[in-house]
Design a protein around this ligand. Structure first.
Ligand code: ADP
Ligand code: MG
Length: 624
């Protein structure tokens, strides 16, 4: 017989519900880190056995297939440049064809379609698999620190990550055995870290300058709700560019001609100098130039500021654009949050302060702020809710989403910078009588013509019941979930027949492309408007031709004289000619010829139809 066990009062096992351990992961281009929230609500960065918080996002695959991650991998870069993968985040969700820099990379790219792959002793490796190695190590670190398994994680991504890049991040987590509770935009995570601590209402700018990426978000915090009003960024601008400037300066100042390996070493030195200049006004650098004694050179913070002023300026231009998008001037912003290691540079801080007319917030460590915010969100999603934690997060989509309509035009259904999650529907109709199917072409971008936007997916809706042109009602519904993943459905309203697609492009859109597409839409605003008018004229004209031909087929012989039919056919022919051209006025002229004839024909058909309709009826039926 077994005895019932009774707990001693005050013993640990008395705690009624175990805390669900969830972590926040900042999967950075340069560094990654993991954080959690303690039972008392305080946040904690989880460290490695040496007390290090930042894990360099570097993975090395050795010739025997062994994998090294972090500092050991960094140390192997010199001897195994081809398989020491850095900044792998840049390749997430990308195809080999997307890599304009492919030729300059030290890696061996496996030729082929779809996602990019690099040659290694483990076979071809995708960016997803390489990122998974970083995530695996962070998971182990978390399990060690927390003394048990982890329930799930919130992983942060740049606000500019598109569908494919977000999907790739999710896939990497799955490979690493991590359940993703939510993908969270990095700047939003930073706002969470600050917003909860300061809990004030207002509009905030999050300025994130990391190793290789720049992101700016304009957020509104209202009644405990964070809303991202606008984002701007550049995935090819960060601290690395400042290192390069400094290395080039070394070269020009000292008349060096380094080889590739030498330049790599210079970059490492440049990075140290850059970081040191954040703390000191001037520095003596000893550079080994191959001569007997190293050359000693002096550099000041002011000199460094001068040689990198244009880089800082670039970030400010993007900042002002995001502000414009959100409809604010810099002085209307209530606070500026600095994120990312490179935001420590004094010239960056000064420039940001000047741009906004106020000093930025720097209470939290800019390296850790994203992970801390992600941990907070993870804790809430895992169900460890405390009073005051019932907030909701909203993000935005960076580019408009829509579908192609007749004539290659784009109908935007969800405009850019809409907050997500979002669902929006719009009704469309058929173009032809009895049209039984409809092709839905899903597009992303700001331009008016489908050809100028990015094609995300195509699918077809079949089984539309036969109806006159324009009678069917097909509802096209766009849904963007909290992770920014898009699904589109089309439903014919009377029968309920539906088709749908979840958009998973095989590789993504770079932010240069996004920037270019946005710039194009402004530069071509005039052309686009003219092109749109022409296309609309053509669609309208085609509709008229289509309807007239259909009417001629059914009633032409009965209601029109041969001469009238001939005149109509001639006018129709003129219109068809005009439609094939690019001259709006020719279409207008053809329409002026055709319309009086079709109007007269339509009037006669109406008379005839009424007479036919009345023909069989009793007079009494018509009532009084
Ligand atoms: P990411 O988000 O891209 O992973 P981080 O936020 O870790 O990047 O930032 C890394 C960048 O920050 C590197 O370029 C690094 O040199 C730079 N950085 C780190 N500390 C400092 C410092 N004290 N002064 C200037 N730059 C710094
Ligand atoms: Mg970062």
């Amino acid at each position: 017989m077994s005895l019932l066990q009774i707990l001693e009062p005050g013993s640990a096992a008395e705690t009624p519900v175990a805390r669900r351990r969830a972590v926040g992961i900042d999967l950075g281009t340069t560094h990654s880190l993991v954080a959690t929230i303690e039972a008392d609500g305080s946040s904690r960065i989880l460290r490695d056995e040496n007390g290090g918080a930042l894990l360099p996002s570097v993975v090395c695959v050795l010739p025997d297939g062994q994998v090294q991650v972090g500092r050991p991998a960094q140390a192997l870069a010199g001897t195994h440049p081809q398989t020491t993968f850095r900044s792998i985040k840049r390749f997430m969700g990308r195809g080999a064809v997307d890599l304009s820099e492919a030729g300059t990379l030290p890696y061996a790219i496996v030729p082929g379609e779809g996602t990019v792959r690099f040659q290694s002793a483990r076979g071809p490796l995708s960016p997803v698999e390489i990122s998974a190695e970083i995530l695996k190590l962070l998971r182990q670190r978390a399990e060690q620190a927390l003394g048990g398994s982890v329930e799930g994680a919130v992983i942060t991504v740049p606000a500019y990550f598109d569908d494919a890049q977000r999907q790739a991040t999710r896939d990497a987590a799955r490979l690493a055995g991590i359940e993703v509770l939510r993908l969270l935009n990095e700047p939003t995570a930073a706002a969470v870290a600050y917003g909860l601590d300061n809990a004030s209402e207002g509009v905030y700018a999050i300025y994130d300058l990391g190793g290789g990426t720049f992101d700016l978000s304009i957020l509104r915090l209202r009644q405990g709700v964070f809303e991202v009003l606008a984002t701007a960024g550049n995935t090819a601008l960060g601290g690395d560019d400042f290192d390069r400037r400094l290395a080039e300066w070394f070269i020009s100042q000292m008349g060096l001609t380094p080889n590739a390996a030498g330049f790599g070493e210079l970059l490492t030195q440049a990075r140290q100098v850059k970081e040191a200049l954040s703390a000191t006004e001037a520095l003596e650098i000893a550079l080994d130039t191959g001569a007997d004694a190293p050359v000693v050179h002096r550099i000041t913070r002011a000199q460094f500021g001068e040689m990198t002023a244009d880089l800082v300026d670039k970030t400010l231009r993007l900042t002002r654009r995001a502000l414009r998008d959100a409809g604010f001037t810099p002085d209307q912003v209530d606070g500026v949050v600095l994120v990312g290691g490179a935001s420590r540079m004094p010239q960056v801080r000064a420039a940001v302060a000047e741009c906004f007319g106020r000093p930025p917030l720097t209470d939290l460590d800019p390296d850790q702020v994203v992970a801390l915010g992600a941990a907070r969100q993870a804790d809430v999603l895992a169900g460890n809710r405390r009073d005051g934690d019932d907030w909701l997060l909203l993000d935005v989509i960076p580019l408009s989403l829509g579908i192609e309509t007749m004539g290659g035009l784009v109908e935007k259904i969800i405009p850019r910078n809409s907050t997500i999650p979002i669902a929006r529907a719009q009704d469309f109709t058929t173009f032809k009588d009895g049209q039984g199917a409809m092709s839905v072409h899903v597009l992303q971008g700001e331009r008016d013509l489908a050809a100028d936007c990015r094609s995300l997916a195509r699918f077809e809706l079949h089984g539309i019941p036969p109806m006159a042109a324009g009678a069917a009602r097909i509802q096209v519904m766009f849904q963007v979930d909290a992770d920014g993943l898009v699904s589109v459905s089309a439903t014919e309203q009377t029968t309920g027949v539906a088709a749908q697609v979840t958009v998973k492009p095989s590789y993504g859109l770079s932010d240069e492309e996004i920037t270019r597409m946005l710039a194009d839409s402004l530069a071509h605003a005039g052309d686009d408007a003219a092109a749109r008018i022409l296309v609309e004229q053509k669609v309208e004209a085609e509709r008229l031709v289509e309807a007239t031909r259909a009417a001629l087929n059914t009633d032409g012989a009965a209601l029109l004289t041969d001469a009238e039919v001939a005149a109509l056919l001639q006018a129709l022919h003129g219109m068809e000619q005009a439609i094939t051209g690019h001259d709006g006025s020719a279409i207008s002229a053809a329409k002026a010829m055709l319309e009086p004839l079709t109007d007269a024909f339509a009037a006669r058909r109406m008379d005839h139809n009424i007479r036919t309709a009345l023909a069989g009826r009793q007079v009494g039926e018509l009532g009084g």
